[in-house]
Design a protein around this ligand. Structure first.
Ligand code: CP3
Length: 344
């Protein structure tokens, strides 16, 4: 591997300059992405065609001096492969044909064979690794069981996921059965990504922050912990560092540290310095610019990055990123300024 900054930071080693990448770095703010999506017809086709997923993964690396690539895919390809029938309506987000309401619905879900139903992901990882040729590490990922369950129960991404939150109180046995099945399916899926060649894994728990602290630990963190324990106890997968990102749930950061991951994603509502003091150098932290700052000017972006680096100080274990995915209409010159300011 030529650029090992990300792996060094996750290992809590001293790095020449901090590694930087962006959540959703391959996406709609890039005209070359929009052109390829128009040609393919829709988003899911991009995910399910290894050659296209490879081209899109590499698009931001052609423009910017990024320290990581992230597999172009989606957290909802797993429930799609479990049998729920997924589509993405233009401007409307994801929609499932079938929703999870009862134990019977959970029983009907398949545990997909990664080599079969999700083979397009394995193929994409292999192709991307070949194209990268050791330039930077490749990040694989999955959604957290709770976050994926939110979409499976709701059927779409509307209304604060009130049906998923209600289920935690009204029918916790259904929610737990669903989460347990997702733990098994996600473990297999991530193992498949590792065997295909990813260098780092990230768990996206975008909706962990919708839960009370006690319910976050009982439903969201507990199911992620099972996946982490599964991967860390398997000699074929235990060497791969894992980053856990529970947006809006950092009141639980002490419990997150105990989960056995190497990195934690930090959103922009807290200070990196405070979070660094809380974790006492036990894990690497990744974050945490407000994606909205990329709508300002290159000068403001630069000074925001400088503030972040000053606030952090000389300590190891920092990956610079946004606190959530890059927004659709972000000006590209500000992305450029962001990455250059981190490396300057
Ligand atoms: O980061 C990357 O560049 C890798 C690709 C990636 C995508 N989705 C591509 C995508 C990753 C890591 C994700 C994760 C994902 N997907 C999450 C967790 C992270 C987060 O952002 O909170 C979630 C909740 C999803 C589910 C999802 N996918 C939603 C709700 C939507 C529609 C809303 C939206 O932003 O358009 C998507 C679609 C999606 N996934 C797009 C991309 C580039 C946009 C599709 C398009 O219109 O071209």
């Amino acid at each position: 591997m030529k650029n090992t900054r990300l792996l060094q930071a996750l290992n809590l080693e001293v790095v020449d300059v901090p590694p930087v990448w962006l959540m959703r770095q391959a996406g709609r703010y890039l005209p070359e992405y929009r052109a390829l999506r128009a040609k393919a017809g829709n988003f899911l086709t991009l995910c399910q065609t290894p050659e296209l997923a490879t081209e899109i993964t590499l698009q931001p690396l052609k423009r910017f001096d990024l320290d990581a690539a992230i597999l172009f895919s989606d957290i909802l390809t797993l429930p799609e492969a479990m049998g729920l029938g997924l589509s993405f309506q233009e401007g409307e987000g994801p929609r499932f044909e079938r929703r999870i309401e009862t134990l019977k619905d959970v029983d009907k879900l398949a545990i997909p064979d990664t080599e079969d139903a999700l083979n397009y992901v394995v193929k994409a990882v292999q192709l991307i690794k070949k194209e990268l040729n050791g330039r930077v590490p490749l990040i694989g990922f999955a959604g957290s069981p709770w976050t994926v369950a939110c979409y499976m129960i709701e059927g779409n991404s509307h209304k604060n996921f009130i049906n998923a939150r209600k289920m935690a109180y009204q029918a916790p046995e259904v929610l737990n059965a669903l989460l347990d099945k997702l733990v098994i399916a996600t473990t297999q899926y991530l193992k498949g990504q590792i065997l295909a060649g990813v260098d780092v894994l990230m768990l996206f728990d975008t909706w962990g922050g919708l839960l009370t602290p006690a319910y976050y630990r009982a439903f969201s963190l507990a199911s992620m912990q099972k996946i982490i324990a599964n991967l860390k106890s398997d000699p074929a997968t235990q060497h791969i560092p894992i980053i856990l990102f529970s947006k809006g749930a950092l009141t639980n950061i002490d419990a997150m540290v105990e989960s056995g991951v190497q990195g934690l994603g930090i959103d922009w509502t807290v200070s990196m310095r405070q979070m660094r003091e809380r974790v006492q150098g036990k894990v690497c932290l990744q974050g945490n610019l407000d994606p909205a700052v990329l709508f300002s000017t290159p000068q403001i972006v630069q000074s925001t990055v400088r503030d972040l680096l000053n606030e952090w100080g000389p300590h190891p274990g920092l990956i610079v990123n946004l606190g959530h995915g890059i927004e659709q209409h972000t000006p590209i010159e500000n992305v450029q300024a962001f990455i250059e300011a981190v490396h300057a």
